[in-house]
Design a protein around this ligand. Sequence first.
Ligand SMILES: Cc1cc2nc3c(=O)[nH]c(=O)nc-3n(C[C@H](O)[C@H](O)[C@H](O)COP(=O)(O)OP(=O)(O)OC[C@H]3O[C@@H](n4cnc5c(N)ncnc54)[C@H](O)[C@@H]3O)c2cc1C
Length: 453
Amino acid sequence: MSIVETLRSIVPEDQLSTGRDHLRVASVDESTLTPVTPLAVVWAADPDEIVTIVRACIEIGTPITTRGAGSALEGSTIPLENGIVLDLSRMAAIKNLWPEDLQVEVEPGIIFDDLNLRLKNEGLFFPPSPGGSGDIATIGGMVSTNASGIYSVKYGGTRDYVLALDIVTGEGEAMTIGNRAIKRSSGYNLVDLVAGSEGTLGIVTSVTLKLAGIPEDRRQSAFVFKSEIQTAQAVSEMCRYGLDIAAVEFLDRHLVKALNRLKDYGLEEAPMLFLEFHGPTPVLDSNEEMAASICEELDAQPLVLAEGHRPWEIRHWATDAIKHYRPGLSILRNDVAFPISRLPDMVAYCHELGDKHKLPMFTFGHVGMGLLHALMLADRENPADWQKAENVNRLIIERTVEIGGTVSGEHGIGLGHKDQFELEHGASVELMRKIKRQFDPHGILNPGKIFDL
Ligand SMILES: Cc1cc2nc3c(=O)[nH]c(=O)nc-3n(C[C@H](O)[C@H](O)[C@H](O)COP(=O)(O)OP(=O)(O)OC[C@H]3O[C@@H](n4cnc5c(N)ncnc54)[C@H](O)[C@@H]3O)c2cc1C
């Protein structure tokens, strides 16, 4: 029997499709990488069904790519042509909520914003916001990519909140790893291994998360600097003084120019910092005062906007502004991260490369964690132009690794960064291969992602 026939015998009719539209949706994520059409899409309903599906796939040798919302940016959700997509978006229930312990157990398909809407009633929230994808990204997808966002400088990334996972391994075995204890000194940390593994070690069927209390209040401000160097200095000074920053976002002057073009803001084309603080009023007052004095000492001015505009609204339009900067060109992006002190030279290096190779280049990011997005525009229909952008991207990543940074601080490796993975991890990739074989001896869980076996 073919895998499709076998699956038909496992799940009800409305949980399986080989229809063109469904296959087309399942063939992509939000990256610009080439789509791959799978054999079928299966919407699983519960862990037992997943165990049966995995065992059938082992039998026939069919690769499985697990899918949440498909909002990943590096191709980790793109399936294989001889494989199936296991879509978990229908498994979206809150299974248990323990407000007094600040913990919740959810099915993997629940969407980040939906979970937070429910938690709001209890005065709680799950902090690692995946930015512009919060309205679609699932908790299973966030766990599997260790997603993080603007608030991670204060609250950490997704992995920091995962207490326990129910998984199905590549052997078709269901098990729970971790438990509800906040602190453990008990054995190997398998939870941290599976979190961030991009669906290559196990299929996550349940997630127990730690939560945080919604802050009493929040305050936002923004500053315009004369140079990228001073902007970076301000960030490291704030960190050095122990300011309790909830978010600190950097935008370079090129991005400000693109924002002016998109929205007619009339902003001075200079680097900017956007800040947010969380806490009770006295804490907000003192943090805000200290941040303002650090910025002013470094010659920065508060950002003043025309009536009706709020400073942080500008940050929201960053990616759109780049997208529309040169119609017809596509974005090639990275999400490198490195020690904060290297921010000025990394920004300068990205623009040096952009100028030299005549590629529009924009840098911005959650710089409190040393995370920088360098986005460049190139003609995807023109192989030479696109290759040039890929080469520049590689140079940025190489420089990042040289200065002690990581290929991906946010979006994962998937297919997009596979070529650079060994640069960062060297000989330890071989150890990772051995670990992969323990979880997935038949090589059916999202094979070909992160590294080749
Ligand atoms: C506009 C936009 C803004 C974004 N901003 C951010 C940001 O600020 N920060 C950030 O970190 N990311 C960001 N992203 C990327 C993306 O939203 C995150 O990586 C998100 O966590 C992916 O969730 P998903 O449900 O879409 O996962 P998918 O794309 O469906 O899957 C991602 C990976 O996880 C695996 N996977 C999914 N579910 C499971 C499961 N249950 N078990 C095992 N493996 C699974 C998949 O196989 C794949 O490898 C952004 C994306 C967009 C489009």
